[in-house]
Design a protein around this ligand. Structure first.
Ligand code: ADP
Length: 925
């Protein structure tokens, strides 16, 4: 045995089990269980290949009760039928020579109702977790608490039967056991709540029953571990001295180890920011001799041998390895052989590394994936300070860079910062470090602050890149050479950039706004496509011909037939392209003007725009594609009639030339340019727009200066359902989900599922020029967007239709009669009044009832520059302008006189991919 490094020394645990070394695989969520928590074959293989040289593998947390799963794909130990699957994991690990330990838990109030069939989660008290959108749980009764302890006991018994060498009681991550100990989540007044002593009863009872089960059914050295989060941010909340109190009590009863649940081995307090002492140091200094007999596991940031040795040197007895074990199944062998490892995964190696599909898509892993064929920009190493300013927030951050990556982002000491902000900062910092990019999802509820932080980091990167160019003797102002410049970072631009990069081109994206996503990020309903594999899986029979015909009819037969044919033909492949890029749109609904369910959206039915942009940005980050934010293209340059680059201007008015043979214009439409809208449609003066500020149509002008032709410029779509005080669009998915439109007189007035132009015209023709969109709780439950509207305060709501009518100042009898008549149409699946044929989903009869006042707003500009089916921009004579490509709303022709809901996302993805492909091929000829 190699005794030169302490990490390979064996350790005998207090109850007698011997670990052959100090290395254990950390329990990590893989989301790879079946829908009911049964173990999958992929999961068994995943654990098998990782076991062997490690002393032990702690298998991911397993929920003990059917109200306990805290995330999709969680595995279960809630009934005896789960034993055989778990036994296969235990066997796989043990047969390779590592100890197999199973973590057991209950999510308590951290469980989302969707994961438990819409039921209300349970917790010590009916107090929601302090996070946006958290459900208020139901408090367990005294009997139920007793039962819960028994269920933990049953789970231990099953783990023993499955052949595990031990269990780890999951008392961390704000799950149920921690919830009992926390003064925030536990406000009980019985023996389980109140004093610290009482709150400690539940974890102690779980430990007690674990001992009982082990004594009865397992060998004497059955391992019993306990995982804990040393502190929580909640006020009141668990503080470090509370944790020590509990651990002392647990140790008195008997434990084989305690497992710190922290992000970094040497992490200091998350509550007492001024105290930099690592928690492990405090723990070692303060623990009693009894607790000192219990080994400790440290976790967080262990990638190389030196990290593991550092952990032991700081007093941990064992170190747990997380992400590095995912990236390197033979991690322990590699570090024993003194390999130096980097934490990334080659994008082509999923199967070779035995990483299950769901885990591959999990954000932490996703962020490690790199396309090794491309190289990113180079930075000058050092610390770069930037200001962050957002509303009342003014602070400085220090961004530390190595030659090719961000190594740290730190806040300058500032005592005025509150806990909420530092938590936001910590989470965002983590996301940026993991992605090695400032382009990560903003923190919900702190979007402005997130964007300001992201921008500051992005500025630091630009400054450092510039410094590096100077250091290398270059001129940072000199023209920069690319193969493809993409203008605009909406869906079309991002899809184009990714495809062009994958086809071997050097790509840069130029975006005039401070954030990525364009108007696409606001898209709600989904992406239309016919004859897709997801439709087939759901048994939906559809045909491309029907899709073509209905789009043509919706577009009043003005659509360019060649482009439309291409659009319809390529739509299923575009759905697959997205899925291959981990953007899966496998739930399907319908929009106005379509005859069947063909609008693809995310499985959780959330708005498609944010989901799409977030997924595309992850793909950008994996490829290290450059993005210039706050930078506008002022001119597309050409030489001898062919495009040769662009002139860009940044927020400080500095201009620069980017040379490229291909320029893809993906600048979106012009709905937010009132002058242009009114020029083509004077009667739309005064209409609000649903679009973001950047939808100014600048790309059309840029291309017109090169001689590009335009088509259908007067075809401007107004969307029928826009909340007028905020210009917020009320998604068509609400009507597609079963809602109806009702006038102030309490009556339906048109087929709600007709095309947008017709519905809008009918609303404008009402005396109030506005209407109410009305739905019930069934519609709300099936549409995440509805909850968003409620949260934004747009929605009137009442338990009965009568009460709703009062709130809307509407005739009660009229509304009741309208609902009764509509419900009858649903029952007979025929709308006698207005001929609605689709989305007669269910009667509107389940309270609460909801209403939103809406009127039309400028939404989409169907017209734009002319392109051929390869996305090459055509001049006024129909000839190709060499090197100029365009995709998305900046182009005209595909939608004719009216765009169907769900066809814009299809347009940008289908033609975005095509533009990227052709532009790359042309530039690299
Ligand atoms: P699409 O749906 O066609 O992808 P989007 O509206 O989502 O279009 O995105 C277009 C993006 O292009 C927006 O983010 C917009 O700010 C950006 N943009 C528009 N004009 C310019 C320009 N001249 N330079 C750089 N970016 C631009």
């Amino acid at each position: 045995m190699n005794t030169l490094t302490p990490i390979l020394n064996p350790l005998t645990l207090p109850r007698g089990a011997v670990l052959k070394n100090r290395l254990v695989m950390a329990p990590m969520t893989t989301c790879t269980g079946f829908y009911d928590g049964t173990v999958t074959r992929e999961l068994v293989d995943y654990y098998r290949v990782r076991a062997g040289t490690l002393g032990a593998v702690i298998v991911e947390c397993c929920f003990i009760d059917n109200l306990g799963p805290a995330f999709p794909g969680a595995i279960a130990i809630d009934s005896d039928n789960k034993i055989p699957g778990l036994a296969r994991i235990a066997e796989a690990i043990k047969s390779r020579g590592s100890k197999a330990i199973l973590q057991i838990y209950h999510g308590g109030r951290m469980v989302e109702p969707e994961l438990i069939g819409g039921r209300t989660p349970v917790a010590p008290s009916a107090i929601a977790a302090p996070r946006e959108g958290a459900t208020t749980p139901r408090a367990l009764t005294g009997d139920e608490v007793d039962m819960m302890i028994t269920k933990f006991g049953d789970a231990v018994n099953r783990a023993i039967k499955a052949g595990f060498d031990g269990v780890e009681i999951h008392g961390a991550n704000t799950y149920l056991i921690q919830q009992f100990y926390s003064p925030h989540s536990n406000r009980r007044e019985d023996q389980w709540g109140g004093s610290r002593e009482n709150r400690a009863r539940f974890p102690l009872a779980v430990l007690e029953i674990t001992h009982k089960m082990a004594a009865r059914f397992a060998s004497a050295d059955f391992i019993i571990g306990y995982r804990f989060s040393p502190e929580e941010l909640e006020v009141p909340g668990i503080r470090f001295d509370d944790t020590l109190y509990l651990l002392e009590k647990l140790a008195e009863r008997g434990l084989d180890y305690v497992h710190f649940s922290v992000g970094q081995l040497l992490r200091s307090s998350i509550v007492e920011h001024q105290d930099p002492t690592p928690l492990i140091e405090k723990y070692l200094a303060q623990r009693s001799p009894t607790l000192a007999k219990v080994p400790t596991i440290g976790v967080g940031g262990v990638v190389n041998k030196s990290d593991a040795e550092l952990g032991l040197a700081h007093g941990y007895d064992l170190v747990a390895i997380g992400k590095a074990c995912i990236a390197y199944p033979d991690w322990a062998d590699r570090i024993i052989n003194n390999q130096t490892l980097e934490l990334f995964i080659d994008s082509t190696q999923r199967e070779a590394l035995t990483i299950p599909e769901p885990l591959w898509r999990f954000s932490l892993v996703d962020a490690m994936i790199r396309d090794t064929s491309t190289s990113g920009r180079k930075y000058k190493p050092g610390v770069f300070q930037e200001k962050v300013e957002a509303e009342a927030l003014k602070l400085k951050i220090n961004v530390t860079l190595d030659t090719d990556r961000i190594t740290d982002i730190a806040l300058e000491q500032d005592d005025s910062l509150d806990v909420d902000f530092t938590t936001t900062f910590d989470t965002l910092r983590n996301r940026m470090l993991v992605a090695n990019s400032p382009y990560v999802d903003a923190i919900t509820g702190a979007t402005t602050q997130s964007e300001a932080l992201k921008k500051a980091v992005s500025r630091a990167l630009a400054t450092s890149s510039k410094a590096q160019v100077i250091e290398e003797g270059g001129n940072p102002e000199a023209p920069q050479q690319y193969d493809v410049v993409v203008i605009g970072s909406g869906g079309a631009g991002l899809a184009a950039a990714i495809e062009a990069c994958d086809d071997g081109a050097r790509v840069v994206i130029v975006e005039k706004m401070a954030t990525i996503g364009g108007n696409t990020i606001k898209a709600s309903v989904g992406m239309n496509a016919a004859e897709t594999r997801f439709q087939k899986l759901k048994g939906i029979h559809d045909s491309k011909t029907a899709f073509y015909d209905e789009t043509l009819k919706g577009g009043k037969f003005k659509n360019n037939p060649v482009l439309l044919k291409e659009f319809v033909e390529l739509a299923p492949a575009a759905i697959d392209w997205l899925a291959d890029h981990h953007i899966v749109l496998d739930d399907i609904t319908i929009t106005g003007g379509m005859g069947t369910d063909r609008t693809h959206r995310p499985a959780d039915r959330s708005a498609v725009g944010g989901f799409l942009i977030s997924g595309l940005v992850k793909n950008l980050n994996n490829r290290n594609i450059d993005v210039m934010l706050d930078t506008s293209v002022a001119e597309i340059l050409s030489e001898n009639g062919a495009v040769c680059g662009v002139k860009v201007v940044n927020e400080y008015n500095d201009s620069r030339i980017l040379l490229a043979k291909s320029v893809i214009v993906a600048t979106g439409g012009f709905s937010a340019n009132r002058e242009m809208v009114v020029k083509y449609r004077p009667e739309l003066d005064g209409f609000v727009t649903t679009n973001h500020k950047g939808a100014t149509g600048s790309g059309i002008g840029l291309l017109q200066r090169l001689g590009a032709g335009t088509v259908d410029m007067q075809e401007i779509q107004i969307h029928p359902t826009v909340e007028q005080t905020t210009s917020y669009l009320i998604s068509e998915s609400i009507r597609g989900g079963g809602a109806i439109l009702v006038s102030q007189a309490g009556q339906r007035f048109f087929n709600e599922m007709e095309t947008r132009d017709k519905v809008s015209a009918q609303i404008i023709a009402l005396p109030e020029k506005s209407a109410w969109i009305i739905f019930d709780d069934q519609v709300r439950r099936n549409n995440k967007a509805a909850d968003e509207y409620i949260a934004k305060g747009f929605v009137e709501q009442a338990d009965t239709p009568e009460a709703l009518a009062v709130k809307l100042n509407m005739d009660q009898n009229a509304l009741l009669a309208t609902l009764a008549r509509y419900n009858q149409f649903v029952a007979q699946q025929h709308d006698d009044d207005f001929g609605r044929q689709t989305a007669l989903r269910h009667p509107l009869n389940e309270g609460p009832f909801y209403a939103i006042r809406i009127a039309p707003g400028v939404h989409h500009t169907m017209g734009g520059v002319t392109i051929n089916p390869d996305t090459a921009v055509l001049n006024a004579d129909g000839e190709v302008i060499p090197g100029a490509w365009a995709a998305g709303e900046v182009t005209g022709g595909i939608h004719g006189a009216n765009r169907i809901g769900g066809n814009a996302i299809a347009d940008i993805i289908i033609f975005g991919i095509l533009a990227g492909r052709h532009a790359a091929a042309y530039a690299r000829r």
